[in-house]
Design a protein around this ligand. Structure first.
Ligand code: AMP
Length: 285
């Protein structure tokens, strides 16, 4: 496994590789990240992972400085997953001082769900991913459905700017209790984690209702909110949204159609958790 710590080093190493599946990450790797590497390997002969905690996608009061950075453990996980090339740039490699500001924006996709709650977040994601695509030059780029709005936005980015690569959506990996794996789960105490499980419970309930024929988004949202709001009142939560949307436009819908998705964001203590699930009506199974 080659570890490249600058853009020139990466470009040199990349030149010796063929078809590449790329998995961009912020590190603190878990089995969910490695599942993306596995999916990538079905598409391309070689794989690259980037590990970069991207400052432009964090708000001023978010956890950029305390975001976990267990680099040695991450590299060991990449090695054991059979990754060919790791890109480990520093902030000044990707953001040299004194460059003019740049902003990529998809107003209709940024104005919903996490967009208004994390101002600047998706612009920062688009900026860093566009740069990484140009540096890494992959044939395939793997992104988790766990971050569904991000996946929809990056799919739009590739389409709109004609990046010569294919986005590969990858299913969400969950712990056995149902909690979607996330680098931020390590912030949760045991009671907070138990409270956070209401998120996957609510999503699975919505999915089951749709499988049984329910089509009303209002009914689904009400059911999810009920499940999310019951629980130990000693654990503070902030339910930010429970929504049912079109999976491509991300706009709210009234009735379930073929491409529908339920999404939830909830803070448990100081930790913000997000998760989502496909809603598949019986006729389209
Ligand atoms: P992050 O390091 O949080 O930026 O995530 C890097 C990539 O891993 C993104 O494409 C995420 O959607 C994906 N990812 C994170 N958690 C999971 C999970 N539990 N299952 C599948 N993919 C995930």
């Amino acid at each position: 496994m080659i570890v490249a710590r600058s853009i020139p080093e990466f470009r040199k190493a990349r030149a010796s590789l063929g078809d590449l599946a790329f998995v961009p990450t912020m590190g603190a790797l878990h089995a969910g990240h490695l599942s993306l590497v596995d999916v990538g390997r079905r598409h391309a002969t070689q794989s690259a992972v980037s590990i970069f905690v991207n400052p432009t996608q964090f708000g001023p009061h978010e956890d950029f400085h305390k975001y976990p950075r267990p680099i040695e453990a991450d590299l060991a996980m990449c090695e054991s997953a059979g990754v060919d090339l790791v890109f480990l740039p520093g902030v000044e490699d990707l953001y040299p001082p004194n460059e003019p500001a740049i902003r990529i924006e998809f107003p209709s996709l940024f104005s919903v769900l996490d967009g208004p709650r994390r101002p600047g977040h998706f612009a920062g994601v688009c900026q860093v991913v566009a740069k990484l695509f140009n540096i890494v030059q992959p044939q395939f780029a793997c992104f988790g459905e766990k971050d569904f709005q991000q996946l929809a936005i990056l799919s739009a980015l590739v389409r709109s700017l004609d990046f010569p690569l294919t986005i590969v959506p990858c299913p969400t990996l969950r712990d056995p209790d149902g909690l979607a794996m996330s680098s931020r789960n390590r912030y949760l105490s045991a009671p907070q984690r138990a409270r956070g499980l209401s998120i996957s419970r609510a999503l699975f309930s919505a999915q089951n209702l749709v499988a049984q024929g329910e089509r009303s988004a209002e009914v689904l949202v009400r059911t999810m909110r009920q499940i999310l709001l019951e629980g130990d009142p000693a654990i503070p939560i902030d339910l930010q949204y429970a929504a049912v949307v079109n999976a491509v436009t991300l706009q709210s819908i009234d009735a379930i159609a073929t491409e529908s998705r339920a999404l939830i964001a909830m803070k448990v203590g100081e930790t913000r958790l997000i998760d989502n699930i496909a809603l598949i009506p019986p006729a389209s199974r």
